[in-house]
Design a protein around this ligand. Structure first.
Ligand SMILES: [Zn+2]
Length: 489
């Protein structure tokens, strides 16, 4: 079934068709953190959302290239560097390390590329040169280079692809007189900021004098360098839609680096805001949380991830501490079911055989039905613009059905092993896992069962051959009063 996503560019739900003619590869870019402080829970909603998109594309069989930039030069960073008298790299390294620690704690898959703005100054300069050559960028009296929205529109390009803009309010006539704004029109934005004394040591040489890149241009330069001039998916929080993403489009399409008829990005996906305890997060309201704050309160990254994944990405989500308690309870229900499944799967020959002893021979046993219902329900839900609530509905329905079968002792060990395999596939998307314990995959269980059958038939030679095969695969089979048990070597 086809995956459909809400594309901000078309304001509609569209089928995802990658640019790759073979339909295999998918390029995904998500605006990364500005490493001037520790990321807050609102930021994490966006990163967990982008992790869900990446994992689901992988689940659907796409070979995803996931890029997330690190903004390591920017006004706020320079201010902090100046205040703390710390070298730029030393300052940003600390917060970058904290970011990746948190990313791991939330079990987000590591992006394949995490380019730094400071590591791409030549690419940024080259992109600005292209805009200058096309007459879309200009140098202002302060030495900075600005993007001219008027010239860009004059080239037949559209500024305002993601949002509707009122150009009457953005006319060149409305100049801002302050020295700070030497640009020609209010909406023009800086591509290259000329060096000022407050920048301290933070500057690079360029054809237009010493300075540093603007924030928007770094995303255009790094995304197109790694993913090519046009790519499939660009993600970010809805607060970045304007001006950041609009400016990314303008810079990339204005430089005309795309082949004719191709756009900078095919699908733009935006995650909605997060409220905390019903209000906009703010330090003064006491509802401002970093992941670290929540861990210090005894919650786990897994609980936070679960809670962030309970709401649809386009809906404003109210994050509460009570919600985290609920996440703990929900995960407990899943863990309990998985724990019982593991126990059942480990009993190759149970002391109390399953009532339904022929279940293995019935092609559509209840267990198989429950497993395939889970995959079907889960996939249908996420194919529908990542309808995560419906996906959780399928998960908890499966938990209920599996618990019922476990309670009535009608689930055979092999079925339990298969159910765990199915869960593993589902969890490759959800990433909520379960506390790690050694667990044998289904093929190992199949071998163990074959050994039991051989022993029952008194074919001890074959039983030994299988035991050795298991050993070669790293598993030890132990005969216990309750029956054979599998252990990892
Ligand atoms: Zn960006």
């Amino acid at each position: 079934m086809a995956l459909k996503l809400f594309n901000t560019l078309s304001r509609s739900v569209q089928e995802f068709v990658p640019l790759d003619p073979a339909g295999q590869k998918a390029g995904l870019y998500c605006c990364g953190p500005t490493v001037y402080d520790v990321a807050h829970i609102g930021n994490w909603r966006t990163f967990v959302f982008s992790d869900l998109v990446r994992r689901y594309l992988e689940f659907k069989g796409y070979a995803v290239t996931h890029v997330m930039n690190i903004t390591d030069v920017e006004d706020k960073i320079i201010k902090r560097v100046r205040e703390t008298k710390t070298p730029l790299r030393e300052y940003t390294d600390k917060y970058e390390a904290a970011f990746f620690e948190d990313l791991q704690a939330l079990n987000c898959r590591m992006p394949h590329h995490t380019p730094h703005a400071t590591g791409h100054i030549p690419e940024i300069i080259s992109l600005i040169e292209k805009l200058m050559a096309r007459g879309i960028a200009y140098q202002a009296a302060d030495g900075s280079i600005y993007f001219s929205i008027e010239k860009y529109r004059g080239c037949g390009c559209t500024y305002g692809q993601l949002v509707k803009l009122n150009f009457e309010e953005m006319r060149a006539g409305e100049r801002v007189k302050s020295d700070e704004y030497a640009k020609e029109a209010v909406a023009d934005f800086a591509l290259w900021k000329a060096r000022v004394p407050e920048d301290g040591d933070v500057f690079w040489p360029s054809p237009w004098g010493e300075g540093r890149p603007g924030w928007h241009i770094e995303c255009s330069a790094m995304s197109t360098k790694i993913l090519g001039p046009g790519f499939d998916l660009h993600l970010g929080g809805e607060d970045l839609m304007f001006p950041h993403h609009e400016d990314e489009i303008a810079q990339s399409e204005g430089a005309a680096i795309q082949p004719a008829g191709q756009r900078f990005v095919k699908y733009w996906l935006h995650g909605a805001h997060l409220l905390v305890e019903g209000k906009k997060m703010s330090k003064s309201l006491g509802n401002f949380f970093t992941l670290r704050d929540l861990l210090a309160r005894g919650f786990t990254g897994r609980e936070v991830r679960y809670l962030l994944l309970t709401a649809h990405y386009r809906e404003t989500f109210n994050f509460t501490l009570e919600g985290l308690q609920g996440a703990r309870a929900a995960l407990g229900r899943i863990d309990e079911c998985l724990g019982k499944l593991r126990e059942r799967a480990a009993d190759i020959l149970s002391a109390t055989p399953a009532k339904d002893s022929n279940a293995k021979d019935i092609p559509n046993s209840d267990s198989k039905v429950a497993d395939s219902e889970l995959v079907k329900g889960f996939t249908e839900a996420l194919d529908n613009d990542l309808n995560i609530s419906a996906a959780w509905g399928a998960v908890f329905e499966w938990v209920r059905e599996t618990n019922r079968r476990l309670a009535e002792n009608s689930l055979k060990p092999a079925e339990a092993a298969t159910a765990l395999d199915v869960w593993g596939k589902i969890d490759s998307v959800l990433g909520i896992g379960a506390p790690k314990i050694s667990e044998a995959p289904a093929d190992i269980f199949a071998l163990a069962e074959a050994r039991t059958t051989a022993k029952k038939a008194k074919d001890f030679k074959r039983a030994d051959v299988i035991r050795n095969e298991l050993k070669a695969k790293g598993w030890l089979i132990e005969d216990t009063p309750k029956g054979p048990k599998l252990k990892r070597l």
